[in-house]
Write a protein that binds this ligand. Structure first.
Ligand code: 5GP
Length: 299
């Protein structure tokens, strides 16, 4: 161990203070995404970010003064000296919802993009409707999910999904890299990468999440503002027929998917809108009209 040098220690302390001031400056000038920074602090090896006091973090945000920061900390029983990297899981989750709301207020809602959650039972034709919507509106981005299922012929890693191992999926969950995740059809895990969605949203893009009902619920609980669209079949029989004629699943898998479909259909009332996919063109136009009429709440 090198001898303790007071001059070195003082120098390091000055550097740390400078780096912290720079970080706060970036946050206040909106050069760094607020929510992403908050999330990164959980597992970072960067002592500046992990060691940033929560009240300083909050006070760097435009429109948040000492009184407001103290009120937020009090509300969640967080010690004023707590650091971003040292929050307990429950405090972190509660504070995160506040940070998401603050971030949406800082960046005017009109400049934020729209997150659109699209769910609906298997074989309802979600994908076809989405593809048609994106032909009409090529500016719309798709969130690419991570999944533990195998790629089907013709699917490409990084385009249709990120095909990952069970261990890699565990890591994504553990490190908080997923905005939501679920076991779908009782078989494989699927999850939405957090950063990509939040970045696209703050860059003003409209981003579609084609996920299942359990995932949609988690997005709602996360506090992120989103438009929730449920694609429904005209009738249950129509759905069963479509699944059969698609022929991509064996009998057991088809039965499993139909059982999930019954459950999912029951969740339609939890969504902002239900679009019936009888004719693809009509359903797609309906989604496009919804997007055009949608004004983010911004709160
Ligand atoms: P498939 O295996 O046919 O590609 O997808 C099955 C279902 O998984 C999709 O219909 C969709 O509802 C769901 N899914 C795909 N990606 C995600 C995801 O990131 N999160 C959740 N919760 N569900 C997903």
């Amino acid at each position: 161990m090198p001898p303790f040098e007071p001059a070195d220690a003082a120098q390091r302390s000055v550097e740390r203070r400078k780096a912290r001031a720079e970080l706060k400056g970036q946050l206040s000038r909106l050069e760094r995404d607020v929510v992403t920074t908050f999330d990164e602090a959980e597992n970072t090896s960067d002592p500046i970010l992990a060691g940033l006091r929560v009240d300083w973090f909050l006070r760097s945000l435009p429109g948040v003064g000492p009184t407001k920061a103290t009120r937020i900390l009090d509300r969640h029983g967080i010690n004023p000296r707590a650091t971003l990297g040292g929050l307990r899981a429950k405090q972190r989750a509660a504070l995160r919802n506040e940070v998401v709301r603050l971030a949406e207020r800082i960046q005017p809602a009109s400049r934020q993009g729209i997150v659109v959650v699209i769910a609906g039972p298997t074989a309802v034709g979600k994908h076809t409707v989405i593809e048609r919507v994106r032909e009409i509106r090529p500016d719309i981005a798709m969130s690419v999910s991570a999944t533990t299922r195998q790629a089907r012929p013709g699917e490409h890693d990084g385009e249709d999904y990120f095909f990952v191992s069970d261990q890699e999926f565990d890591r994504l969950v553990r490190e908080g890299e997923l905005l939501e995740w679920a076991v779908v059809h009782g078989a494989h895990r699927y999850g939405t990468p957090r950063d990509a969605v939040l970045k696209q949203k703050s860059a003003g893009k409209t981003v579609f999440l084609e996920i299942d009902v359990q995932g949609a619920r988690q997005i709602r609980e996360s506090g992120i503002e989103a438009l929730f669209v449920f694609i429904a079949p005209p009738t249950f029989d129509a759905l069963a027929e479509r699944l059969e004629s698609r022929g991509t699943e064996d009998d057991a898998e088809r039965q499993r998917r139909l059982a999930t479909a019954v459950e999912e259909l029951g969740a339609r009332t939890e969504f902002d809108v239900v679009v019936v996919n009888d004719v693809v063109e009509t359903a797609a136009r309906e989604v496009v009209d919804l997007l055009e009429a949608y004004t983010p709440r911004g709160d």
